[in-house]
Design a protein around this ligand. Sequence first.
Ligand SMILES: [Zn+2]
Length: 455
Amino acid sequence: MIVKNGLVAFSGEDEFLSKDLRIQNGRIVAIGRNLESGTTDEVLDASDCRVLPGAVDPHVHFYDPGYTEKEDFAHGSAAAASGGVTTVIDMPCTSLPPVTDTASLHNKLAAVSPKSHIDFGFFGGVSRQLFDAGCRVAMASIADQVMGFKVYAVSGMEEVWGALDHWRFHKVLELAGELGSIVLLHAEDAEYVVNASQALQKTCNDPEAWYRARPELAEVMAVQNALRIASEAGGNLHIVHIGTAEAARMLKNPLPEGCRVSGETCPQYLAFTTDDFIAQGAVLKIAPPIKKEGNRDELWSLLKDGTIEFVASDHAPGTAQEKSGNDIWKNSAGIAGTGTILPYLFSEGYFAGRLPLSRLLEVVSEAAAKRYGFFNRKGSIEVGKDADLVLINTNENWTVRGSDFFSKGKLSPFEGRIFTGRVEKTLVRGRVVYDRRRGALEPGWGEFIRPARSV
Ligand SMILES: [Zn+2]
């Protein structure tokens, strides 16, 4: 196949270049101007389109197997493909059984492989319960299969998937370090959040109460402690979904040699404030919650300067029922975001002038592929790499409509927003998996991706 007449985005470049791409056996084999097409070549005309490397969404909850009334891999990966995402990494503890060892990993792999439209990796995880039962053997059994191990400083599922206190977190960082892997942390201070939630639940049930139980301070304290513990452990730590500018700024702090810390944010923290949460209610209920005005601008600048390494959707839709009702404590937390992450960042990041093109490419694709060890195959448009591509038509503005989503989740905080640049086609390893006119096309085409780092 040859992708012709497009304007192509290359790693490190701030201008699109007029190039053709030749694809063979799923990989990019040649890049040049006016590549000759042979009689057997299929030509994909990318006129009017910008051609970007497929986005990596490195933090999703597709709930499969186990909670498929909320989402499943077929719907979640189709939603991702419709938004130009070609690789997702799925979280361990929102599927049943959670991914903690070889048996649970293979169980999930068998369940989701026939369904996935796009390539996918998994995170493993360590709960307090697993830690107390002895987690070393379980972690070692999957360390080379998973992109890292997710842990919680405070958990919404305490009975089945408990949070780690400081000591257990310290030990897990050391263990993951021995295994050459990464620990991912949901960073909100447990003592603050648990006590504030118990007290506030007695008197209020409005969105602001959810925010007041987990304000900026709760995230700042958790990140501060995590950084201190990671320094002590010489750990390799990634902090997920940071919404507080002060917490993200701490990632600039110097670290001891051998210690590595990174962080991600999400479109919802870049786009919204507590005022939006109060107006939208349960649709915008997430954990950690949306923060006050004053965080967004600095998050954008910390994203631009590389302090925040990349962006993830934290896709986690709830059913319409879970997202309705007037008690904010009872509404489920999470939004359907994997289909809008790239459109949002392309329109409001690159097109609006907040991110240069080269940085856009890093935050949507390159940086996560590097961090999790699969940049050898993905994350940029280069000869030898997988032909994971997204074609975006920049002549078109479009309006976000949740009812059009491929996800099971039809509610979006971006409902009614107008974005510049429409995803026309998404290719995974040279195969069109999404076409704007034909929909999501290739369930089962997605392959399981392992980290290439040496474990
Ligand atoms: Zn999450």
